[in-house]
Design a protein around this ligand. Sequence first.
Ligand code: FAD
Ligand code: UDP
Length: 370
Amino acid sequence: MFDYLIVGAGLYGAVCARELTDAGKKVLVVEKRNHIAGNAYTDSMEGIHVHKYGAHIFHTNDTYVWDYVRRFASFNRFTNSPVANYKGEIYSLPFNMYTFHQMWGVVTPAEAKERIEKQREEANVGEPANLEEQAISLVGTDIYEKLIKGYTEKQWGRQCRDLPAFIIKRLPVRFTYDNNYFNALYQGIPVGGYTKLVSRMLEGIEVRTNVDYLSSKEELNALAKKIIYTGPIDAFYGYSLGTLEYRSLRFETEILDIPNYQGNAVVNYTDGETPYTRILEHKWFEFGKDENGEDLPKTVISREYSLEWKAGDEPYYPVNDEKNTALYARYKELVGREENVIFGGRLGEYKYYDMDQVIAAALQNVELLK
Ligand code: FAD
Ligand code: UDP
């Protein structure tokens, strides 16, 4: 008999498993994929850690979380600086003085602000009610048209007017020359990859991979007093109230016989016609740039395509618009009636969480269970 059955070996599940085990509880983790680490999983190809479910850069302002993760791995000093490619024109991200200079030739923050203000006025945007208005209000119409509209509509499969404003507020807008994508005090990639980090977290804990909890619910429930569930909340309830919408992704990964394909870890294709949203070149996430290919003569790239989720696909992004938020609230009522099941993580809470937020939430929630 286990004290806790943890469904899902992603970061939420792994942190709970570690903390409960250290508090003397007996824990079993089940994972339906054939590996641990959830969407942060990295696999080794040609000596390169390939981010199988998309680029993962650890960043946080939370010193406690930063100290916590570094118990399980050392981190390289990586600063995410993706580049936008709009029909062959290259722009710096996030939106900062380099971007404004490339777009308009302006040099000072005052000139950039003046341009944005003028475009905002011309577009007649008041209090932003959706992503389009929010974007124009932050950076003006030129940047919206070239760097946001096409990318966002490919990424979410919805018009910018039908998307919540908060999504674009994830990106910093800076009137300094600074291409650091995140406003974070701490940032890096675990040396050896995320899989190694999560495997250190799960050291000494029983983990059964290739086990789908929902297919053997009764049998598995009988093994433990309580359950921590980190899969999709609607799947747990057999979609009884309806299906929450997700965005899914498809990756086309290729090994190339050249050392350097695009000169950067991430290049976003921000026009509406290119069918993929971004290309990742995984070796550039690692410390020690190797553009001459002395250590790694080959390179691995992944083209990332965004698609609407349907049953059987991997759910990657919750779509936190009004309709889904209302449906989630109804599922949440069912959760409130559960005595022995705790829901957590990006899928369990249907929330666009970053890794540090998932870890912080797990550390906080698990305190009550120790
Ligand atoms: P997951 O990692 O999804 O883990 C849940 C696990 O539960 C999965 O392994 C799943 O297989 C398993 N599971 C589900 N159902 C069942 C079942 N029925 N039975 C058994 N197991 C089950 N965050 C950042 O901080 N920085 C980034 O740069 C970043 N980039 C991202 C890029 C992409 C493309 C995506 C999709 C996410 C990104 N994130 C990033 C977010 C990050 O992936 C999540 O915050 C984090 O991985 C969530 O951890 P989790 O444990 O909640 O969920
Ligand atoms: N975004 C954009 N152009 C870009 C990059 C991002 O319009 O070149 C928008 C897009 O709507 C995206 C949001 O900003 O969904 C948040 O970007 P982020 O990089 O945080 O997304 P994630 O890494 O979570 O996919």
